[in-house]
Design a protein around this ligand. Structure first.
Ligand code: IMP
Ligand code: MG
Length: 183
């Protein structure tokens, strides 16, 4: 690891803060809101976050691929697994690991709005790389705003499908990346 970005303690504090806000903001919803996990990256964050939401909710999952498996965003998004729940007239909270260029989220919002008519669509992201946007996307619940665009691994975030199981988030060393590349 070159630099620790979020320790397990940092993550726990962020998840508790976001869970508390979501619990408060969704308190008046009569119909259980649907929390949609954007796989695979958001999986650990989603698992921790929903435990801090103290009300009835429904969970669903969508799997997108957008990243080329490498260090830069490809811009092309494909759906590998789609949402099963009917989102019509429901409040939906999309849970993402990182909103970076915004291209994946823009695609996801268009996809959901083309299939359903949700009551409202909220976005909760662990990381918001605001400066990297290619399209405007507003994040309603942000864990951390990142002012630089360093590539991160851990706690769901991968490099070529590895490192998702690290319990913290860090910047990898060049050697760690090279070892995965087989250089
Ligand atoms: P976007 O379409 O550029 O906003 O990219 C969004 C997706 O790219 C995220 O959901 C992540 O899966 C992935 N991504 C963006 N930045 C990073 C990073 O620093 N490390 C690992 N994955 C990333
Ligand atoms: Mg993702």
């Amino acid at each position: 690891m070159k630099e620790l970005v979020l320790s397990e303690e940092d993550i726990s504090a962020i998840v508790q803060r976001l869970g508390k806000r979501l619990t408060e903001d969704l308190a008046d919803e009569k119909v259980p809101p649907v929390f949609v996990c954007v796989m695979k990256g958001a999986l650990p964050f989603f698992g921790d976050l929903i435990k801090q939401v103290k009300r009835d909710i429904v969970c669903d999952f969508i799997q997108l691929t957008s990243y080329n498996g490498g260090l830069s965003s490809s811009g092309t998004v494909r759906i590998e697994k789609d949402i099963q729940t009917d989102l019509d007239d429901r409040t939906v909270v999309i849970v993402e690991d990182i909103v970076d260029t915004g291209l994946s989220m823009q695609f996801l919002l268009e996809h959901i709005n083309s299939r359903f008519h949700p009551k409202r669509l909220l976005i909760c992201a662990l990381f918001n790389k605001e400066k990297a946007r290619k399209v405007p996307v507003k994040v309603d619940y942000t864990g951390v705003v990142l002012n630089d665009t360093k590539f991160l691994i851990g706690y769901g975030l991968d490099y070529k499908e590895l490192f998702r199981n690290l319990p913290y988030v860090c910047v990898p060393t060049e050697e760690e990346i090279a070892a995965v590349d087989g250089d």
